[in-house]
Ligand binder design. Structure first.
Ligand code: AMP
Length: 129
């Protein structure tokens, strides 16, 4: 069965899209640790990060870097943190999270954003690429 992220990539489930190329798709996390929390996903559905082939793995990091640089231009923060977990969604994804304190990366502190705020921040990141 297709993962929820495959359904997002194919447009069957809505998302706040940030960027896309032939191989990767970036969109806002719906339950963000911080404003601008973005997920970067390979279109190829693979469960575990280190099972990706070397080329996809390297390109995922390259694409994530571009998104992180744009994100940092748009969301004031100390730095962008990167995390790969995958315990909830078994489809590789990189979390890019604006950080000001250690707790921002801990997936305990969550922020709630209105739909308009999600839309606005996704557009700003996209325009900063
Ligand atoms: P994990 O697999 O543990 O890395 O966590 C999966 C992440 O995906 C969580 O941070 C969720 O908030 C996020 N997530 C799950 N469903 C969606 C969705 N439909 N749109 C955006 N983010 C999602």
């Amino acid at each position: 069965m297709a993962s929820i992220f495959t359904k997002i990539i194919s447009g069957k489930i809505p998302c706040y899209k940030v960027a896309e190329n032939d191989d990767f798709f970036a969109f806002l996390d719906i339950n963000p640790n911080a404003k601008g929390h973005t997920l970067v996903v390979p279109k190829k559905e693979v469960n575990r990060l280190f099972d990706l082939d070397e080329d996809t793995y390297s390109k995922l990091m390259e694409f994530s870097r571009k998104i992180a640089i744009a994100l940092e231009k748009v969301v004031p923060c100390e730095r962008i943190g990167m995390s790969v977990i995958g315990l909830e969604v078994p489809h590789v994804h990189v979390h890019l999270i604006p950080l000001n304190a250690m707790e921002d990366i801990q997936f305990k502190k969550k922020v709630s954003l209105a739909p308009e705020e999600f839309g606005k921040i996704a557009k700003l990141i996209s325009e900063a690429l």
